[in-house]
Design a protein around this ligand. Structure first.
Ligand code: UD1
Length: 352
């Protein structure tokens, strides 16, 4: 069996760490293709090193760009790879432009597609990630769902064949790497455990609009007067803050470059709570037992909202929500048992 895994952005590199090891354990021939959507050292290479991910055989080097151009470039280059390698399956993760590009090319070449993190749905329907995930699910042959809700979402759309509730691959990684989380970062930043908030922000609807971004940064400033905020700055957000001349609003926050997984998790398990619009970090905050304040109009991980592990916020009420007292409910087992990677590989072995 020959599998091609197409990855290209930070969250996909991280998730690949789990399946790459599982494929190796099972002697499955896996070729990694990196689209190059993320290319800065600390958005890409760092993860291959720290999480011991096999070197990609191909790098499509597409870099940044508009949605159509980026997706198109990945498709053109990925098609050449598939023509050459003729794999039995293409494996893709999540909801990025890399995901959709890989799915379209494989489907047209009649190569089977496995979608890891299938069935997540969110409002607004026109957000790029929602478009990517709906279309990808529609043409995938194996749909690996991280939550029960994602299985239900697919069912509502009439997708039931080869839909598997596998649990969440990020939970595998969290358990696997727990002992290696870097516990020195908060000390270097002169912070006290449980006395700081970890924040990240990168969604287009939060950072691409000046007025909205300014309001969010003002709210962060208000919170920072009570408890220090560590703000790990995504390159997209940094660029917008520069373009919109909003640097005055971040000068009092503790700013870091985008962090390596082990550094970010080290900060996470020591922080008091999390403010984020990252799909991954909202689940990781739950794994770590920290309340998450989610700057999104809707969350794909609705169970975390229902059970009050996470709270939806916006640019007007963030300070107010973070200031309320929230007790973290006892941790239930929402995302499987940490054996998602093994389950996915077993299903593929039995069905291909
Ligand atoms: C992408 C995904 C998003 C995912 C996120 C994780 C899409 C549509 N979005 O969003 O689902 O949650 O990755 O981070 O695929 N940039 C750099 N260096 C890099 C990468 C990006 O400077 O290594 C800057 C560029 O200015 C670029 C901008 O960030 O234009 C946005 O990058 P892009 O890959 O388009 O989207 P993300 O916001 O990272």
């Amino acid at each position: 069996m020959k599998i091609i895994s197409l990855i290209g952005n930070r969250p996909q590199f991280i998730k690949e760490a789990v399946l790459c090891e599982e494929f190796k354990k099972n002697n499955i021939n896996e070729i990694i293709v990196n689209s190059g959507q993320h290319y800065d050292y600390n958005m890409a290479d760092v993860f291959f090193k720290s999480l011991n991910i096999k070197k990609p055989k191909y790098n499509l080097n597409v870099g940044s760009g508009k949605h159509g151009g980026m997706t198109g470039k990945i498709m053109i280059e990925f098609e050449k790879v598939l023509e050459k390698e003729k794999p039995d399956l293409v494996l893709i993760y999540g909801d990025t432009n890399t995901t959709l590009a890989g799915a379209i090319v494989a489907a047209k070449m009649k190569i089977k597609i496995a979608h890891v993190e299938a069935g997540i749905r969110m409002i607004p329907k026109n957000m790029p990630e929602e478009i990517n995930r709906v279309l990808t699910d529609r043409i995938s042959d194996f749909l690996f769902c991280p939550s029960k809700k994602s299985v239900e979402n697919l069912k509502k759309e009439g997708i039931a064949k080869n839909v598997f509730f596998t649990g969440d691959i990020l939970y595998d990684l969290f358990l696997k790497m727990k002992n290696e989380f870097n516990l020195t970062t908060f000390k270097k930043l002169k912070l006290t455990p449980n006395k700081f908030i970890l924040a990240t922000l990168h969604r287009d609807y939060n950072v691409d609009n000046k007025e909205k971004l300014e309001k969010i940064l003002k709210q962060l400033n208000l919170i920072n007067k009570n408890i220090p905020i560590v703000f790990s700055l995504h390159p997209r957000t940094k660029k917008r803050i520069d373009d919109f001349n909003l640097n005055k609003y971040i000068k009092d926050l503790t700013i870091t470059e985008p962090l390596d997984y082990l550094d970010l998790m080290g900060l996470l398990i020591n922080c008091k709570s999390v403010i984020t619009d990252s799909g991954g970090l909202q689940k990781e905050s739950y794994f770590a037992g920290k309340t998450g304040y989610i700057l999104m109009p809707d969350a794909g991980w609705t169970e975390l909202i229902d059970y009050k592990y996470n709270f939806l916020c916006d640019e007007n009420n963030l300070f107010q929500k973070v200031s309320q007292k929230h007790i973290f409910p006892n941790i239930s087992n929402l995302y499987g048992n940490g054996k998602t990677g093994q389950k996915i590989v077993d299903i593929l072995k039995n069905n291909l």
